[in-house]
Every structure is written in C-alpha cells, then in structure tokens.
Ligand binder design. Sequence first.
Ligand SMILES: [Zn+2]
Length: 159
Amino acid sequence: MGWIILGDHSDNRMISKYAPDLAKIRFYVWLNQFHWLPITVLAVLLLLLGGVSLVLWAIAFRVVLGHHATWLVNSATHMWGTRRFATRDDSRNTWWVALITFGEGWHNNHHAHPTSARHGLAWYEFDQSWIQIRILKLLGLAKSIHTVTVDSALAEQEV
Ligand SMILES: [Zn+2]
C-alpha cells in the first residue's frame, strides 16, 4: 500500500535501468510520467456516458479487483501450494491463484527463476501471460525472450 500511495511511479531512471528499450520510446516515457491521465480521461468520459454507476464498475471495481489479485500472489502463494524448487523463501506454486492472475500463481517457479518470462514451466501449468507473450513474439512485437524449462531449471538446481 505504501508503494502505491507514496511511491514515485514516474521515475524514468528506473525504466532506463530495468527496461532500457522502453526508455528509448517517448510514448512510454510520457505514459510513465502521466500514468494517471488516461484513466482520468476515461473516467470523465464514462461519467458523461453512463453516470457514477458506470465509473464505479469500469474504473473502481476493475482497479480494486486487479490490486487484490496482485496482492493475492504475494500472500496466498507464500502460504499454500507446492514447492518445485528449493528456494530460500517460502514461495509456492498455487494453481488456483495462477488461474485468476494470468499465471503469476506459479510463484515458486518465478522466485527460482525471476528473469524467465514463462512462469508456468510444465505443460499442465496454465500461464496466460506466457501465451500472450508467445502471440506477441509471433506478431514480431516481442523478441529476446528469456525462459527456462522444468528440465533445465531442475538440472541447474542440482549443480
Ligand atoms: Zn513472492
């Protein structure tokens, strides 16, 4: 909560450090600086179109649901589920959290391999975000994607 309320979300130096390719695109730098503007414009349009009720469902409900799903990853997946990798934390893979968080519930996989774009490592670990990244790759919009597989990750762990 403190990060959301007090954090500086428009620090473009942070983008340069973690996503240097995005920092070169003026639109994303602008969007990082004025992240509040698109949702404010949308809220005003929705208010004019459908009143307060539409704003509450389309803006407030959606944001609250998104935040709670995100926070569920860092609470539920540190309490319930299975551990494939012997990480130094208590992260776990929790299938039902993965279903409602687009694959983020494969949290033990993520903690063990944080730079992997793919969190659901086994065929039965449904990872909607990974499917979307693959589609972006097919369209030529994503490249240089880092992933691990169960076999390579487990082999790495045993070394
Ligand atoms: Zn975690």
